[in-house]
Design a binder for this molecule. Sequence first.
Ligand code: NAP
Length: 497
Amino acid sequence: MMTLVVASLVERSIAGVARSSKKAFAAGAGAVELRMDHLVGLASKPSMLDEAREAVDGPAIATLRSSREGGRSRLKRQSRARLLERAFEAGFEYIDLELTADSGLITRLRGKGGSTKTIASYHFRRPATRHELLSRLGAACEAADIGKVATPCEHAGHAAAVASAALEFSGRGREFAIMGMGAQGQLTRACAGKMGSELVYACLPGAPAAPGQLDITLQSALIEKDSFVFGLIGHPVAHSVSKPMQEAALRSVNLNGIYLPLDVPPAHMTKEFVSTLFDSGFTGLNVTIPHKERAHRICESLGASAESTGAVNTVHRRRGRIVGENTDLIGLKKLLESQKIPLRNRKSLVVGAGGAARAACRVLRDGGAEVTVTARKAGRAAVVARACDGRGLPLDRASSGSRRWDVVVNATPIGTWGSTLQDLTVPPGVLEGRPVFIDLVYNPPVTESMRLARRKGCETVGGLDMLVGQGAEAFRTWTGRSPDEKRMRAAARRALR
Ligand code: NAP
């Protein structure tokens, strides 16, 4: 089965329908969806449907989305039924009916026979569980030729429930379509083919008919050509610039694909979640704050980089096993080398005791530095320090100003754009003695901590080059190809605030 890519047309006039449908087919659509609820004057002039059908030079779906289910139509039951019957007679290849509002009509139109396929749609108002999705999809498939359900997705866990329901349903031999709405639902659109969805809806540039629809050119490429789906698992993910950076990497080696920031609250970061993504067609995943250590526990096999750090930032699947790597190591190593920062026998301090801190400790240690770790949870600092033969120090002692460091690395999110930590700095006391200060935070490119360090006379380095280095290495792991790092850097730089 090949998923049909449908361009939704939200036009007010027949001339608009004619123009947009031409553009949609030229961009790779296999069909268009005429959103009748957007056509002005249709209720008083139903013959517009014949004109609209003639204006579209290819397969078309007629949809009269009611306001109850997220559309514009407020017609009463009888007027609604009259228009939908008229659309049926106008010769549309598909007619979209609402499982609840049009129940009697679906049976009547199906009974008429003919070549028009009926679609029974159901739109959840709040994120649906896997069980609810399966149950509604079953009912919709019983009612019409194609059953279709859509649900809002507030985070990627909701979208994974959609993907998981689709994968289960695809074994039942029924024609169905399923999608998650909103930016976090986009994975269900990118993976529609692998999920077994009969239809996937996309939009012309800037004219989405539903939140989260992908551009028609991209959606067609994702379905029709060999393409890659990558994602970033984090919480939050709004600060990340990995999407433009990794999509630049794809373009630099002429590959098709998409990179999706996936907001995954801690309770949803499970092995089942990660497996569902790979089953649905993901090729590779990055992992960021706060999931790197969790990812390390979830992976079924670990590369040496992940093994030695206890944290995973890059995931792929090999021979059915979820494999974790840590490309932060190579990213940070490249950054230190390019800046010619000496490490041998130097005193280094890592602030923070999460996944990035683990990678920083390993690189500093391998470079010959003495490593001290400090964090607001002293116990965590000690654990991370032990893993690289370093020592842990409570935050108040590390920042008292009485100790001098040669290199200080901020491995906390302090200073990250758009967070409550945006205006904070690392404790000023760690910057006494003019250490080289490396801030792993890359958004903004110059953090408050870097400003403070400069005022104290320190050399400062931001996290952007590390981001590019770790991203390029992850890309190599997923595709076996070496991307153009200059293009990646430029794309990331442009996206920074
Ligand atoms: P993580 O695993 O969640 O660890 C974060 C660490 O920061 C924890 O020790 C946490 O302490 C501490 N922390 C959080 N808020 C703090 C605050 N207000 N004051 C003091 N400590 C605080 O996250 P991660 O993956 O290690 O990432 C850390 C940062 O590095 C992120 O900003 C990430 O974007 C950045 N990073 C950048 C790159 C790059 O390529 N440039 C690569 C990796 C990471 P608690 O346990 O007490 O919460």
